[in-house]
Design a protein around this ligand. Sequence first.
Ligand SMILES: NC(=O)c1ccc[n+]([C@@H]2O[C@H](COP(=O)([O-])OP(=O)(O)OC[C@H]3O[C@@H](n4cnc5c(N)ncnc54)[C@H](O)[C@@H]3O)[C@@H](O)[C@H]2O)c1
Length: 365
Amino acid sequence: MLRRLRSGDDMRVLVTGAAGRVGTNMVKRLVGEGVDVRAMVLPSDPQLSKLDAFPDVDVVEADLVDQAAIDRACRDVTHVVHLAAQLVRGDSPADRFYDVNAFGTLRLLEGVVHAGAGVERFVLASSDGTYRPGKPPERPLREKSWQEPADYYGTSKLLGEIILRNHAAQFDIPYAIVRFATVISPEEAGTMFRLSFWRAVLGWQALGKDSHLWPLFDGQPDLVRILNEQAGDATDDTAVGLRDPDFQPWTISLLDVRDAVDGVYRALTEPGAVGRALNLAAMKPTTHDDGASAIADLYDVPKLMVTMPMRHRLELSIDSAIGRIGFWPQHDFRSTVKDGLRGADDYVPAHSTSGVASTWHSSTP
Ligand SMILES: NC(=O)c1ccc[n+]([C@@H]2O[C@H](COP(=O)([O-])OP(=O)(O)OC[C@H]3O[C@@H](n4cnc5c(N)ncnc54)[C@H](O)[C@@H]3O)[C@@H](O)[C@H]2O)c1
C-alpha cells in the first residue's frame, strides 16, 4: 500500500531540477498528493515557464555550485528529491560534471545539515550510466553489479552516490538512491528507433573517448557507414533497430517519465527504500526489434533491422524495486509512443533542448 506523505504546515519537499524532464512531473505528482513543494531551478532556467501550471509552488533559484543559494533553498524542508544534474556537456568543460553532479550533491547535503532540523528522506536520482552502459558488466544489471562508468557523466553520478552514502552515515540522513534507465517522455518517444536517431547516436563514435558510450564503439569500424550501407535510400523517419552478427536484436532498458516519478515517490515514502539503491526501468527491456516495430506500426513507416558488428544489451533488473517499494511500472515503449501520439495529458512534456539521443550520450561535447 503506497503511503502518502504527511501534509501540513510543518512539511515541505524540496525538488531540485524542478524544470527538467522528470522534475516538473515530480512537482505535478507531489502537488497532486497535496504536498507542499519548493521547486529549485537553475537561475534563468529556459524551461521555468513549465512551472507556471503550479502557482502554489514556491520556486527558488539556486545553482548547485552556489552554497549560499542552496542553503536558502534547504531552509525548513523535510524531504529532498534531488533530480538536478548536468546531463549534456555542451560547451561546458568536463569538470562541470563533477562540480554539479558530485560536489553539487555534497553542497545540497551540506545545505540540509546547515538548515539544522534534518530531513526525513533524501532521494538522489542516479543513473544506469554508473554501470558502464557502453559495455555493461552483466545482464541484467542488478544494484550490486560492478560500477565503473568510464566516462565523465557516469563517474560524476557514481561520485554523487558515494558522497550521499558517506554524508548520510555521518549525519544520520535517511536516504534512497534511484538509478534510472534512459528516461523517455511520451512526446519524445517517437523520435527513437528511427534511421535519423541511430545516425545521431552512432555518429558519436567520431568523438572517441569523449562519448558516453565509447566502450561500445571502441575498436569498431565506421558504424555510421555500416548503417548507411544497409539503409540504402531509406528516409530518415524509417523505423530502425540494430542487431548483432547473430541477428539477435540489441536491447535497452527504458523508463517512461511517469513511471520514473512513481518510483521516486515510492523511494520518498516507502520504508523499504531507506539506505538502498534501486534500479528503476520498465518491466522488461525493449528489444530493438520491438522498438522499431512499434514505430513502424504506429507511424505507418517501413521497418529495417540493421546488422552491426557487435552486440549491445543494456538491461536493468527491477526486482529489488518491485520487492522493496512495490514499484510496478505501467508503461512500455509502445504504450509510451502511443500516449505521445494521442496527446495524453497526464504528464508535463519535456520541452527538451537535448532530446533522448543526447541524454543517452551525455558526455557529448
Ligand atoms: N534523462 C535520462 O535518460 C536519465 C537517465 C538516468 C538518470 N537520469 C537522472 O535523472 C535526473 C533528472 O533527469 P532529467 O531527464 O529530468 O534531466 P533534465 O536535463 O531534463 O533536468 C535536469 C535539471 O537540472 C537542472 N540543472 C542542471 N545543472 C544545474 C545546476 N548547476 N544547478 C541547478 N540545477 C541544474 C537543469 O536546469 C534541469 O532543469 C538527473 O539527475 C539525471 O542524471 C536521467
